[in-house]
Design a protein. Sequence first.
Length: 344
Amino acid sequence: MSNHFTGLKLGPPLEDERLDLTDLYAFQAPADHNRTVLILNCNTFATKKDFHPDAIYRINIDNDGDLLADVAISFTFSPSKSGRQTGSVFLAKGQRARSDEAVGERIISDAEVSFLAKPNIVKSGPYTYFAGLRSDAFFVDFEGILALFDHQGGRNFTAHPKLDPSGKSPWTGKDRLINENVFAMVLELPTSDLGAKPSVNIWARCSVRRDGKLIHVDRDGNPTVASFFNTDEQKPAYNASEPVHDLERFLDQFVHVLGHTGGYTREEAIAAIKEDNLLPDVMIYDPSKPAGFPNGRTFTDHVVAHRLRFISKGEIPPDGLKPHTDTLKEFPYLGTPHPKPGPV
């Protein structure tokens, strides 16, 4: 799920942009389809200039369908000092993957975070890793979305669409993120490590240590789900929860939203949620098939357009935006950071 919308609307978790997960991607490595690329982004607009040193950024993989982690990839970072920061990656499998802590085999140790244009790419055994500043690949006409929905009273994207009866398009044609950066964690690994049979469920989580305990402050799975379906009041509980509990805890809220945005009856909404694999909130990825949403996610997938069609029963018109053209065919795949005023 992309959290760009809720990050802008609600503010980041604990008022710290570094804890705000934005996008999760999963696709086959272009040069070797026996390898998978996993990318987790945070820190919209790269407002803060590093990763949070007290956070655990986590990609969870369920390969047996029980919605519990069977593989966990944890990213941790040192405190920044004199403009430098290092990161490590842990790979846990089996029961250890369900620990909240960064446990398992340390597959990357103390690698330098990249703050400038040239990426620091680290290879360790079968793993290739990058962490640092990159160009944001997500594309969205954010002003157009604001025009479509009522934001009175501090609500999220849960009100009636305001389609102009004259037929005038709400879209501005402007991509809010075309020149923005993000902080990225990129790992390329053997697809066999996922244990797909033939598919896996993938979701990301950000936890931060407070008073000696880890608290879950953000999550990401099926693109744009959290952005469009959560209320301000519900978002903290949603972020702290796990996909295994999604249907029982959040189905009624999602049904309510679809009733507002698309006039769905309860029966229609439940059927649509099931057909679109909306809940539980995970990304489904079958590495034996070409990646492209809803199978994993690539940089060219227009996930916002998909979600708007879904919530409105096809009534919201296309925005006409195109994917960013600065992404790369080689590691780390995300484009070179855009120049910004001031130090990066």
